[in-house]
Ligand binder design. Structure first.
Ligand SMILES: *Cc1c(COP(=O)(O)O)cnc(C)c1O
Ligand code: SF4
Length: 386
């Protein structure tokens, strides 16, 4: 599909595909996709997708783009240990749209609308604009976009909490708002905290790249330091349009970091991840995180066993440079926060004691130290300084 046929981003937003009838004009739905629409259920995540993102879908039924944006009946299955709010954002929410879980960072939920509702979304209790299932039920103070009053309250909160060094604008997708709204919000925050490091978390470069316009970039540029956090999950998302959008951001001196989600049937193969992370690096995007799936209700068909994730990451480390290698991370269920998941390179647990340094002994004496297993499995010794 040509760019001209897709139109500018406002047209694309206005003409989002939101129902099964419209969808069938683009693709032939599979039985599991039809079944999602024919039997509505409580707590289902909204369906909406840009014609751009649909145009990336290939012919195979297990296409990775298709899996990320077309709902499936599998979303109906909720496991006992899954939750609508797996990270307990609500419990760390001093203001309606503000999550303050880490001392020095806050998350601001700017809007509940997205350009595409990702079927694997972890913040599913927060997304789903006007037509959303959750939206219909209504959530106090959470519908639609952040109001001026709420933005002012967030700015006051930041003024009263100088220990907060970073504000992460998330949602939903903040870039579904107009340039004017974004500018106004950033100005409001900046007026109280000129020193604040801003992060803008958005899926837009991957799902609606036409939204990244010169006008938007000039707005963002005015509010540096501002980091853009993208979410590319598969190399097929790195289209010509997406690469152009990333170049606009990078040329303006805005650092771009990517948070990919490890997704079964989408990117859970080492070759796919290697191509993704290398491709991002080549576009001046730093692969920041590879996130293990959260225990969000109805997403079990997307989760990769953690042991398999570790195995993938172990293989990736042998293929990728340090620059292209993300941190594999887990957001602990129940609000424990994010932790890096790394393979243990220590031969013995460093907390429970030192391994006698048999290989490095001198004069019959073994110095204290650590043994490590290298990537190819060889054991090496490093002494502990006295
Ligand atoms: C992920 C997250 C952050 C940011 O964490 P980093 O490790 O700094 O990227 C901040 N607040 C909340 C609530 C989060 O979920
Ligand atoms: S864009 Fe982000 S918030 Fe929106 S559905 Fe996708 S993952 Fe969820």
């Amino acid at each position: 599909m040509s760019k001209a046929r897709l139109g500018d981003w406002r047209d694309q937003r206005a003409r989002m595909i939101r129902g099964i009838d419209e969808l069938t004009e683009y693709i032939d739905p599979l039985p599991r996709e039809r079944a999602f629409f024919s039997h509505p259920f409580e707590g289902a995540v909204d369906f909406a997708v840009s014609s751009y993102y649909l145009s990336l879908i290939g012919p195979k039924p297990d296409d990775p783009i298709r899996r990320q944006c077309i709902p499936s009946d599998e979303e109906r299955r909720v496991l006992p240990y899954e939750s609508r709010d797996p990270l307990e954002d609500e419990a760390h929410s001093p203001l309606p749209r503000l999550v303050h879980r880490y001392r020095d960072r806050v998350l601001l939920l700017v809007t509940d609308e997205c350009a595409v509702y990702c079927r694997h979304c972890f913040r599913r209790h927060l997304v789903g604009g006007k037509e959303g299932a959750a939206g219909r039920q209504g959530r106090q103070g959470r519908r639609g976009a952040l109001t001026k009053k709420q933005a002012g309250a967030a700015a006051d909160y930041l003024a009263a909490h100088p220990e907060v060094k970073e504000a992460i604008l998330s949602g939903g997708d903040p870039l579904t708002l107009s340039d004017e709204r974004i500018d106004e919000l950033l100005r409001t925050l900046r007026s109280k905290r000129a020193d604040l490091v801003l992060r803008l978390a958005t899926r837009i470069p991957a799902v609606l790249p036409a939204r990244i316009t010169g006008g938007l970039v000039s707005v963002l540029e005015e509010h540096k330091p501002l980091y853009v956090i993208s979410q590319f999950n598969h190399p097929a998302e790195m289209s010509e349009e997406s690469r152009a959008a990333l170049a606009l951001l990078a040329d303006a001196g805005l650092p771009i970091l990517n948070q990919a989600v490890l997704l079964r049937g989408v990117n859970d193969r080492v070759e796919v991840l290697e191509e993704l992370f290398h491709g991002l690096t080549a576009q001046r995007v730093f692969p920041y995180y590879l996130l293990q799936g959260d225990l969000a209700a109805g997403t079990s068909h997307f989760r990769v066993p953690l042991s398999r994730g570790l195995e993938l990451v172990r293989k990736l480390r042998r293929r990728l440079s340090g620059l292209a290698m993300p941190v594999y991370a887990l957001d602990l269920p129940g609000g424990g926060g994010k932790i890096p998941l790394t393979e243990n390179y220590f031969v013995t647990d460093y907390e429970t004691g030192f391994e006698p340094g048999s290989s490095a002994g001198r004069d019959g004496e073994s110095p204290r130290g650590f043994h490590f297993r290298s990537l190819d499995g060889t054991v090496y010794f490093y002494p502990e300084e006295e």
